[in-house]
Design a protein around this ligand. Structure first.
Ligand SMILES: [Zn+2]
Length: 531
């Protein structure tokens, strides 16, 4: 039976009676106050000059849930219209590596033609294209392969490569070469280098550090300089960028002595919605060493490794914090290149998926508005909501749940946005049943194991569990084709297999147990004949 989105929405309204969220029910252009915690205006002339003229990159993290090409066609005009100036594309295993690196490709990796199309689309919408290739830490997509196990820094862990292994440098330069070959006219390359948790751990690296009296920062910088110097020598037209977390606490002398400032520019990432955790002298130090400084905020994928829905207010506040930080340190920052709005798909190669891109598109557009204007007002909120087709203001506080789901939007992928919100409501309902008095007090593991349950309570539980199970099954049927409009089959299989099917399996076991206990009919403890 076909069930339209609108009908489904009304069905949801009947279910979701706990709708207490002012923003959902706030019509556009009303005069209500902004949600708590959102600063309304921190603009200054400096910010207007700095933020508006610098880059606003959108991070496309493809290590999970890579969109179909058709989704980029719909998405790029929108993000461009809201102020995006470029893309930071983290291909990971979605890049079409060739020849001796062909095994690094995911089964559904983009083709060289896809990459060419992606770059053309970006150019059409005035988006600067910056590919990202990891060269040190978060090298899991390479190190998980048996062929490259020998270059792990710790043989048992696939996170970081060993910089002193003779095979490491040839491999990294091959990766970079193949990426650059498919980006012939692009002016930037991001070489990653964040979260190198295993540094100087293998006997060879440890000995080299001891012999050279290297600190971990020296040792880290030596490898990054070696890689970046090689790239700059081969491709002098490229500006290189790296994540800054591994050098954030390095001294000014260490940074200067490494010559790192000659070859690369740091991207300072901070995703908090409150005070940033950065050294006080960071911008003075970086300005004395590097030719340019970048920042990175987040619009998704930074608030929990199993997050379904982006906490939008948190992300707006994170971006507003960046505006405040830039304003506060304006006298210390030379040559601010721009901000990258990161949208992490998973915490690392091995983790489950975070918020899907279409679910976070409203959040991205709101955050782009913040970064384009240097402030965030009710008018901005109304404007973005209207442009994305919402009849009400975008709900920036999706938790706690359940909440009424606003299905009025028309932006690309809006059906996935609605479907995942419904899913999140059902998860909440399931959790409420699991923690209910009836379940905990009359249907405990112990009582069930002794077949000592009261059918009055069990019938009540069964009714509720069946309702949630049917809602979830119904949603699964509709959500899969909605997901397939945006994502490839393997991503949809992963998302459904990670989140929906395990819960349906749990519900089925509860239903089966309820039916068994009802058949037993409240007999004496340890009644066994039903088995
Ligand atoms: Zn090593």
């Amino acid at each position: 039976m076909h069930l339209s989105l609108r009908h489904y929405y009304h069905g949801m309204l009947c279910y979701s009676s706990v709708a207490t969220y002012i923003l959902y029910t706030t019509p556009l252009h009303s005069s209500v106050l902004m949600p708590m915690g959102v600063t309304t205006d921190v603009s200054s002339s400096y910010i207007m000059e700095t933020v508006q003229v610098s880059h606003r990159l959108v991070h496309l993290d493809l290590k999970g849930a890579p969109p179909r090409m058709s989704y980029y066609e719909q998405m790029f005009p929108i993000i461009s219209s809201f102020g995006a100036t470029g893309l930071l594309v983290e291909y990971e295993d979605m890049f079409p590596y060739q020849d001796c690196l062909a095994h690094l490709r995911a089964p559904r990796a983009y083709s060289p033609e896809d990459i060419a199309k992606l770059r053309t689309l970006a150019t059409t919408h005035n988006l600067t294209f910056i590919p990202l290739v990891q060269t040190f830490g978060h090298f899991e997509f390479v190190l998980k392969h048996d062929e490259h196990r020998s270059i792990r820094e710790i043989e048992h862990y696939p996170n970081a490569l060993c910089p002193t292994h003779p095979d490491s440098f040839p491999l990294v330069t091959k990766l970079i070469t193949q990426v650059i070959e498919l980006h012939p006219n692009d002016k930037y390359l991001h070489i990653g280098a964040d979260e190198v948790w295993h540094l100087g751990k293998c006997p060879r690296c440890h000995n080299q550090m001891e012999t050279n009296k290297n600190t971990p920062a020296d040792f880290f910088l030596e490898w990054v300089f070696k890689v970046a110097w090689w790239v700059k020598t081969q491709h002098p037209h490229l500006t290189l960028i790296m994540w800054d977390d591994m050098i954030r606490n390095a001294s000014l002398d260490t940074l200067k002595e490494s010559s790192i400032g000659d070859v690369v520019e740091p991207m300072v990432w901070q995703y908090q919605s409150t005070k940033f955790d950065l050294p006080q002298d960071l911008f003075i130090k970086y300005s004395a060493v590097f030719k340019g400084i970048w920042g990175a905020s987040a619009f998704k994928g930074s608030s929990g490794s199993t997050q379904f829905l982006p906490p939008i207010q948190h992300h707006i506040n994170n971006n507003l914090n960046w505006i405040s930080i830039l304003s506060e340190h304006k006298s210390q920052i030379n040559n601010f290149r721009g901000i990258c709005l990161t949208g992490w798909q998973r915490y690392d190669h091995y983790a489950v998926l975070c918020e899907l891109l279409p679910v976070a598109l409203p959040c991205l557009c709101l955050c782009l508005r913040v970064m384009s204007k240097g402030s965030f007002t009710e008018d901005d909120h109304d404007y973005i909501s209207q442009q994305l087709g919402f009849s009400h203001r975008i709900n920036v506080m999706p938790f706690p749940r359940p909440q009424i789901v606003d299905s009025s939007a028309t932006f690309p992928g809006h059906k996935v946005y609605v479907g995942v919100q419904m899913w999140s409501n059902f998860v909440c309902k399931y959790q409420a049943i699991s923690n209910s008095e009836a379940m905990l007090g009359w249907f405990s593991d112990y009582l069930r194991s002794r077949n000592f349950t009261n059918p009055v309570q069990v019938e009540n539980i069964l009714t509720q569990v069946i309702e949630v199970e049917e809602n979830m099954k119904d949603l699964r049927t509709h959500l899969i084709p909605w997901l397939l409009e945006v994502l490839y089959e393997d991503t949809v299989e992963e998302w459904v297999g990670s989140f929906i099917d395990p819960l349906l399996s749990k519900l089925k076991s509860v239903v089966d147990e309820c039916r068994k206990q009802i058949l037993i009919g409240g007999r004496v403890r340890d009644y066994t004949s039903i088995n």
